[in-house]
Design a protein around this ligand. Sequence first.
Ligand SMILES: *Cc1c(COP(=O)(O)O)cnc(C)c1O
Length: 252
Amino acid sequence: MKGMVIIMMNENIKEIEYRIQAACDRAGRERSEVTLIAVSKTKPNEMLEEAYQLGMRHFGENKVQELSQKFEDLNKLFQERVYWHLIGHLQRNKVKYIIDKAVLIHSVDSLRLADQIEEEAAKKNRIIDILIEVNIAKEDTKFGTSEESIFSLLADIAKLPHIRVRGLMTIAPYVENPEINRKYFRKLRELFIDIKTKNIDNNCNGNIINTEYFDILSMGMTGDFEVAIEEGATMVRVGTGIFGERDYSKTV
Ligand SMILES: *Cc1c(COP(=O)(O)O)cnc(C)c1O
């Protein structure tokens, strides 16, 4: 059984790598511009160990408790550094558990949450890298700030000395045909460039963020990562494509 899982994941990762490379080629980009995050939520530690053996170094989790547990259990087994990404919605009361574990928080969408991160980061005397989650398709069911309010949010976050805004993240709609999401990925990239070049119509006195470090665009999942790469993604978050379908009836 264990051997079967390794063989399956080995094939999966090879296939995803091949498709990432092909998407980079089509877009005239270097493979090194795109970080593959293996989204390991709901998957047992053994599968993350296999993924590590197969070369994965970035893991994405959407729950604080699960990320923390895997961080504790697995970091000591790995010889090389692995990077833990918090990609799911973050509640303010859980910030303190994640602050020194996640290398990047992808899901900041309010000043209230940013304030809490600032407070915990200050206590630990650390600077925390975050992304702003944008609800680019304006879906009712999704978290994320709107395109309209992002500039004032950035201006407010710019005042928090222990937070570094590294870029934008979005979760595109679930679609059968990934081409449907191309317009959303393109829109997020345009927003990213607007912020980066401060070429924006706003009332924030040009005081947005320090754009020197603004270099991450986290978009694209199993169903649509190739389109996302063609549209400029620098991080893709792939779960099912690497680990297989998730079973939510068993909690880890
Ligand atoms: C679960 C999840 C993913 C991965 O989804 P797959 O379709 O399995 O690749 C990516 N991003 C976020 C925020 C997720 O919660």
